[in-house]
Design a protein around this ligand. Structure first.
Ligand SMILES: [Fe+2]
Length: 156
């Protein structure tokens, strides 16, 4: 048995690294979807949604970097190519969306997918004694659960 630089079993960590790379891929797909909503949204809620989507993708960008650097901390290599993101993401591309409510529904769907994927990452990480990775994604889950409520409240 061999351990990585933070004392976790390398064999266990390769499974966690793979899950975190899947999550990193999902974040990238969601990130670019939200940028699309920011750019393309039209209609009476433009001045509300345009900055709101910017706030969201800015937060996602920070989380992307934290997930990638967690992968490095565990001894892995984060995906860094769109071909990998496309292949491993749990979120699909959402193209040519302009209507405000449709954009918000895309945000809710994306957040729900991230939450679900992160619950699985968290459970697997905790099982492998990797509480650091579990805590990282648990904090995102808590934040995103609140965002689901708020975006759903917008939808009425
Ligand atoms: Fe902008």
């Amino acid at each position: 048995m061999s351990t990585n630089q933070i004392g976790l079993e390398k064999a266990d960590m390769s499974a966690i690294i793979a899950k975190l790379n899947g999550l990193l891929s999902s974040y990238h797909m969601f990130y670019i979807n939200v940028r699309g909503y920011h750019w393309n949204v039209k209609g009476e809620h433009f001045f509300t949604l345009h900055p709101q989507f910017e706030e969201l993708y800015t937060a996602l960008q920070i989380q992307i970097d934290e997930i990638a650097e967690r992968i490095l901390t565990l001894g892995g290599t984060p995906y860094h190519a769109y071909s990998d993101f496309t292949q491993h993401a749990s979120i699909q591309e959402d193209k040519n969306v302009k209507d405000g409510n449709t954009c918000v529904k895309g945000v809710v769907t994306g957040l729900q997918a991230l939450i679900e994927e992160q619950r699985q990452v968290s459970a697997a990480a905790a099982e492998a004694d990797d509480q650091g990775s579990a805590d990282l994604v648990d904090a995102y889950v808590q934040e995103q659960e609140k965002l689901v409520w708020m975006y759903n409240a917008f939808l009425g």
